[in-house]
Design a protein around this ligand. Structure first.
Ligand code: DGL
Length: 268
């Protein structure tokens, strides 16, 4: 059956990090209903094998399609990097992912055609950003770096902490030496580090936040498919998670920028 404009947008991630995408969607598309799925029992995905990540992604997509979402947004860079084909093969509705959006953003932003990409181990090892950016412009040179310590630092709330700063300097120094003019924040957690990262890389380097980029692309897609929700009431937000860990509300609230309500536990 065809999707209707009032159906929700389905957004999913390995945990709470994808709430940065919900936050950007809420600003860009305040009328849209959103169903979010975060696999909080099995996060992090960034250190797991491709087979496992693809299996988990399949379960999540099947769950959200049963809830009749009108489009799917892969908010997790790691799932987008290694399971994009599996997800698209399963989906009966349009799929957007943060890697496509971030890559497009980088290609538009760079002047020198020297782009840095940071992400989880799985994302960087997959080379997915390199391929996606080169599809826009094959002449762009890309330098990537996995920054696995950023995820736990952000979850800890150390957004402007000396340990995070030293870690960022260590990770980013080699990229800065390559004279990049654009840095893609290729992980759900990194937008929260934007102010600190900006200081570390300097004002001349543009930061591409894939959460903002995908929110813009979602607005374009809904317009093109005539699926934008015309209703003006308070939109419906539901958060489906596989576990409610300690500090979930606090960490989730930090990502979303407001308190989390309508949280449902799902067994998987
Ligand atoms: N959501 C993941 C990503 O964007 C980060 C957390 C994880 O490793 O699962 O890559």
């Amino acid at each position: 059956m065809a999707s209707l404009p009032e159906y929700p947008i389905g957004v999913f991630d390995s945990g709470v990090g994808g709430l940065t995408v919900v936050h950007a969607l809420r600003r860009q598309l305040p009328r849209e209903n959103i169903y979010y799925f975060g696999d909080t029992a099995r996060v992090p995905y960034g250190v797991k094998s491709e087979e496992t990540i693809a299996r988990f992604a399949t379960q999540i997509v099947e769950f959200l399609l049963e809830k009749r979402v009108k489009i799917l947004i892969v908010a997790c860079n790691t799932m987008a990097a290694v399971a994009s084909q599996v997800i698209r093969g399963l989906s009966s509705v349009p799929v957007l992912d943060v890697i496509e959006s971030g890559a497009r953003g980088a290609a538009l932003e760079t002047r020198s055609r020297r782009v840095g990409v940071i992400g989880t181990l799985a994302t960087v090892a997959s080379g997915a950003y390199d391929q996606a950016i080169r599809r826009y412009d094959a002449s762009i040179q890309i330098r990537s770096r996995a920054c696995p310590l950023f995820v736990p630092l952000v979850e800890e709330g150390w957004l402007d902490h000396v340990v995070t700063r030293i870690t960022a300097e260590e990770y980013l120094r080699p990229l800065c030496r390559e004279a990049i003019d654009t840095l893609v924040l290729g992980c759900t957690h990194y937008p929260l580090l934007k102010p600190l990262l900006r200081e570390v890389v300097g004002a001349d380097v543009r930061l591409v936040d894939s959460a903002e980029a995908i929110a813009r692309q979602t607005a374009e897609l809904l317009e093109a498919e005539q699926l934008a929700n015309p209703q003006t009431g308070v939109p419906d937000y539901h958060f489906f998670v596989t576990d409610v860990p300690q500090r979930f509300q606090e960490v989730g609230g930090r990502f979303l920028g407001r308190a989390l309500e309508n949280v449902h536990i799902v067994q998987m």
